[in-house]
Ligand binder design. Structure first.
Ligand code: COA
Length: 166
């Protein structure tokens, strides 16, 4: 049984992430989405909120589950008895960072491999930060997020600081 871990911050999950999740679910017996808890980034959504959103929009994928983790990714992979880590590559600029992570993970856990999927061209420019910035300035985020997630982002931003009118 092939088990994959797809890790990330998912703050919030975008349609680019969803594309990777859906394609991985077709190839693997089981996919565990690992939502990183302790992050150097300051997240807009709590880890619980991120897990909930992911659970809701992946509910149609019977072999996909969502769990949060902190600490080393390879420890999480071992704990889940997973075989591989899956990462999406959006552009050449992702490559260096991803290669560094994959190589480091192989040094600390030689049994853990990373496989890369090229992100759908449609979403190759996308990042969670860009989407949050567009939302902050009241731009249309419907192109980039699942409708449920887009609604959560709008709600969250309405409840927080408004853009400076000046
Ligand atoms: N479509 C759209 N956007 C995508 C994407 C895709 N397919 N793939 C990545 N992105 C974006 C994300 O939205 C995110 O955007 P942001 O920076 O604006 O938030 C960015 O690419 C990268 O984020 P993400 O994929 O969530 O990775 P990360 O860099 O936040 O975290 C981990 C990567 C979780 C794998 C890594 O930090 C980790 O393993 N942490 C655990 C500690 C550890 O083991 N460290 C040693 C590693 S060698």
């Amino acid at each position: 049984m092939a088990v994959a871990v797809y890790p990330g911050s998912f703050d919030p999950v975008t349609l680019g992430h969803m594309d990777i999740i859906e394609r991985t679910a077709k190839m693997m017996d089981r996919v565990i989405i690992g939502v990183l808890k302790n992050n150097s980034k300051t997240p807009l959504f709590s880890v619980e909120e991120r897990v909930k959103m992911l659970e809701s929009i992946t509910a149609h994928l019977s072999n996909v589950e969502v769990q949060s983790f902190d600490g080393l990714l390879v420890d999480f992979v071992h704990q889940k008895h997973a075989d591989v880590i899956v990462r999406g590559l959006r552009a050449i600029t992702d490559f260096e960072y991803e290669l560094q992570m994959a190589q480091t993970n192989r040094v600390i856990a030689p049994d853990v491999d990373t496989i890369f999927l090229t992100t759908n061209l449609k979403y190759s420019y996308l990042s969670s930060s860009i989407v949050k910035e567009i939302a902050y300035y009241r731009g249309d985020i419907g192109e980039f997020l699942h409708p449920e997630v887009a609604e959560q982002v709008r709600r969250k931003l309405n409840a927080s600081v408004q853009p400076d009118a000046g």
